[in-house]
Design a protein around this ligand. Structure first.
Ligand code: MRU
Length: 352
């Protein structure tokens, strides 16, 4: 079994980020060193690091990169200002995954509240917080895997979309964690991975991760999912999420909503796997989740190869919102939230 170290910090407070460049997978699994905050912003924007929890972890370490040019004589107040500036900058990289803003808020709060006696100690405390964000994500993913694994039984076929695996998190995934745990329990099952146009996270990343772990996977184009369901070949669907509103409406990779509607039409259970860091209880429902719009050339010129006429109008939203009525349950590190709504979500998430 492999363990994917998607993103890590090398060294002490003046160290650097080391991450897999996910744009090169599956052809090449290359690690890159990121030494300044501008390069980290670009890495998030261009999906070198992607997936809601991994973006949050990257941003937390990005705050450390933002402190690297501060003079040794900087006061704690100057360092706090620098943290605020870095957080505002990193918050502009991608709008939908709430884990980004959640992680930045944690870093800002630590910067404000830390009672260190020296700038060195203060920076060390901030780095410890970034490490905690990473370590907590790893633990949440393992718990999601355990909580969801009973849903998968021998002989089942599971459909997933985009990549909610180790690459999208600290190391084990959310939707894929459920599959990894079921496999570790000795179950034999099959996975359909939707290719996930336009950036092919399903084809490039999910198929790769499942194959690395020896899970039986079949790649399909996104528009084949309904046909498969009509043939009775899908027993359940599990995807991740980028932001879940207080009532359970969930933003995830574009195409997830279509799968949820199809699942309901075919009476197939539809699950979302996500840690508590992906919930945004400040939004009552999914209508106000900001949806990232991406460049036209991702659709017209994938990997530099033109496939549509120059100048054609393009619509390229990166995410859609699945209303909570379509969600059978949300698999969290705290347990399953069946028929999610404002009450059931708040009960699980606010329980001590
Ligand atoms: O644009 P991406 O690749 O960052 O989108 C990722 C997804 O939509 C994932 O399903 C989501 O972040 C959950 S990852 C555990």
């Amino acid at each position: 079994m492999i363990n994917i170290e998607t993103i890590q910090w090398i060294g002490g407070p003046d160290g650097c980020v080391d991450m897999i460049d996910q744009t090169l997978l599956p052809n090449e699994c290359r690690r890159i060193a990121v030494r300044n905050v501008e390069t980290l912003w670009q890495a998030i924007k261009t999906l070198k690091v992607r997936g809601a929890p991994a973006i949050g972890i990257a941003a937390a370490y990005g705050v450390m990169l933002g402190l690297q040019n501060t003079p040794p004589t900087a006061t704690v107040e100057q360092l706090q200002n620098q943290v605020r500036k870095t957080c505002d900058y990193l918050a502009s990289s991608r709008p939908t995954a709430v884990n980004l803003f959640w992680a930045l808020d944690r870093m800002k709060q630590t910067a404000q509240q830390c009672q260190a006696t020296s700038p060195g100690e203060w920076k060390a405390r901030l780095l410890a917080e970034a490490h905690a964000i990473r370590d907590e994500d790893a633990a949440m993913c393992r718990a999601i895997g355990k909580n969801g694994a009973d849903l998968i039984q021998n002989g089942m076929s599971v459909l997933t979309h985009c990549n909610a695996g180790g690459l999208a998190t600290a190391d084990y995934g959310t939707a894929l964690a459920v599959m990894f745990t079921a496999q570790e329990q000795g179950k034999k099952f099959h996975v359909y991975a939707g290719e996930t146009r336009p950036l092919l996270q399903g084809a490039r990343l999910t198929a790769w991760e499942l194959m690395q772990r020896g899970i039986d996977v079949t790649l399909i184009c996104d528009n084949m999912a309904g046909h498969l369901m009509s043939l009775g070949k899908v027993n359940l669907i599990i995807t991740g999420a980028d932001r879940i509103a207080a009532n359970g409406d969930a933003a995830n990779k574009i195409g997830t909503y279509s799968l949820a509607v199809l699942a309901q039409a075919h009476k197939i259970p539809f699950y979302i796997a996500a840690p508590s860091s992906t919930f945004d209880l400040s939004l009552p429902d999914g209508k106000s989740i900001p949806i990232e719009q991406r460049a036209a050339d991702e659709i017209t010129q994938p990997w530099g190869h033109r496939i549509a006429p120059a100048g054609v109008n393009v619509y390229n939203p990166a995410f859609d919102v699945t209303p909570h009525e379509y969600v059978t349950a949300i698999i969290t590190e705290r347990g399953l939230i069946h028929h999610p709504d404002t009450k059931s979500i708040s009960e699980i998430l606010t329980a001590k």
